[in-house]
Design a protein around this ligand. Structure first.
Ligand SMILES: Cc1cc2nc3c(=O)[nH]c(=O)nc-3n(C[C@H](O)[C@H](O)[C@H](O)COP(=O)(O)OP(=O)(O)OC[C@H]3O[C@@H](n4cnc5c(N)ncnc54)[C@H](O)[C@@H]3O)c2cc1C
Length: 427
């Protein structure tokens, strides 16, 4: 069976050696069948294997083929909407639990990297960059909020402070998260997959789940095989399609695009980001960037609602990069790619059960590198019967996008236009 190639990204071009795994071509039986080998699926599989469960992972294409192998690589704490939104939409007990978990995903990543010796260029430090006083006030409030949940890794930066970490004249200040950081995202996924296999888990690539027989003993079918399991974990996120119709109804796949320049050389790279921190700005439609291990600038931004591939990624993202770093005129772009994340209306993750034995987590709405690692832990806890933390997320309310399937993308784009205008005009 021909293997689906990874998108033509810098990450695929610099990936660590990894096996090409066979597709499933038999009937197997296991404790847990995980659908999707992104961070959610791999993290769940690892936590379960560490507890002695038997696990089979089915991946439609290759390990890390989805957002987990294409993202900006930024370890950003908390969720796409912050804990104050959770406080407003969940009860106080659930908010307390979810708030306390907001900083756990980054710790899980670091623990995984250390325990399994994963080579993924892990660096510490992430910056939130503010364009105006309104955004700076927001960062001050965010610092106070995170501190209320016991997090003490934040440092506010004034105009000269941010100049010391980002050579961009557009920011009036920012906030450094010492517990943020960055990684080579595909190599993290490949390392986690190797860890899954080292603990006896099986991963089948080129094996899209085509049907789930629900009921007392669920069975997941692929084109050439099937997996009978006590539990199924659905972790296909924005690439899941219509496999589980209930999950498609309240979420929308969206595209975001990334470019990587040619290597900049040590001097130019250090002049842009002297401490090698990653950066995201505070706009609603934000730009995010960082250096790779070989000193390229990796720059992402923009959202395409409904996840159509834009015609010319380089010209769209390059214009954003040059606005931030005009110093890079004349530097070539060597890679440009797109990837899909899953948006929910609340921008908080969707977590839950279908019946007694099908579990899911999806929809972290663009900030998922840390949350997906936490998701693996709370899914594994729930399968073991300790569902308090899982249920805190599962209780968050979720609504369909206005306009239904047909108009949800244009209406969301309109909403985003409003917020981006607000960012540009500063109101
Ligand atoms: C371009 C881009 C940049 C981003 N940058 C950042 C960032 O810097 N920081 C951050 O925190 N977040 C970022 N995100 C979000 C983050 O990458 C995602 O939230 C996270 O990777 C989602 O992981 P996942 O495992 O849930 O989904 P995915 O990584 O998308 O994995 C889902 C997997 O399931 C497989 N699959 C789907 N359907 C089936 C099926 N039927 N059978 C078998 N397998 C199936 C897919 O092939 C895929 O491999 C970014 C996202 C994108 C797209």
């Amino acid at each position: 069976m021909p293997h689906t190639p990874y998108p033509d990204s810098y990450y695929a071009a610099s990936a660590n050696a990894a096996p090409i795994r066979e597709h499933l071509n038999e009937a197997v039986e296991t404790d847990v069948c995980v659908i999707g080998a992104g961070y959610t699926g791999l993290s769940t599989a690892l936590f379960l294997l560490e507890q002695g469960y038997r696990v089979v992972v089915l991946e439609a294409a290759r390990v890390g083929f989805g957002a987990s192998g294409r993202n900006g690589g930024q370890i950003v704490n908390s969720y796409s909407r912050d804990i104050d939104t959770v406080e407003r939409s969940a009860g106080p007990d659930a908010a307390q639990l979810i708030g306390a978990m907001a900083f756990e995903g980054g710790r899980i990543i670091r623990e995984r990297v250390a325990r399994y010796g994963i080579d993924c260029d892990l660096k510490n430090g992430g910056v939130f960059a503010a364009f105006n006083a309104r955004q700076m006030h927001h960062l001050e409030a965010q610092k106070a909020l995170w501190e209320r949940y016991g997090y003490d890794q934040l440092e506010l930066l004034d105009r000269s402070g941010i100049r010391n970490v980002v050579a961009c004249e557009r920011y009036c200040g920012g906030m450094l998260d010492h517990g943020g950081g960055h990684i080579h995202p595909l190599n993290l996924a490949l390392g986690e997959a190797a860890a899954v296999e080292s603990l006896g888990g099986s991963i089948y690539e080129q094996s899209p789940a085509t049907r789930i027989d629900r009921g007392q003993s669920p069975c997941v079918h692929t084109a050439h095989g099937r997996v009978s399991a006590k539990f199924v974990v659905v972790a296909g996120n924005a690439y899941l399609g219509g496999l589980v119709p209930e999950l498609a109804a309240k979420s929308m796949p969206c595209g975001t695009q990334v470019i990587a320049t040619e290597p900049l050389g040590d001097e130019l790279a250090a002049s842009l980001l002297p401490q090698d921190y990653c950066v995201e700005d505070c706009n609603y439609l934000l730009d995010y960037f960082r250096l790779s291990a070989d000193k390229r600038l990796i720059y992402g931004g923009g959202v395409v609602y409904g996840a159509r591939d834009p015609a010319d990624i380089d010209s769209i993202i390059r214009a954003k990069m040059l606005k931030t770093f005009p110093q890079l005129h004349g530097i070539r772009t060597e890679f440009a790619w797109t990837g899909n994340f899953l948006l929910t209306l609340s921008r908080l993750p969707q977590v839950g059960r279908i019946g007694d034995n099908i579990y899911y987590s999806q929809g972290c709405s663009g900030h998922g590198v840390t949350y997906t690692h936490l998701a693996g832990k709370i899914l594994a806890e729930a399968l073991r019967g300790q569902a308090e933390r899982f249920d805190a997320f599962a209780g968050l309310p979720h609504y369909p996008f206005p306009g239904g399937q047909r108009f949800s993308a244009p209406l969301s784009a309109l909403g985003a236009l409003y917020y981006s205008l607000r960012d540009r005009l500063g109101f």
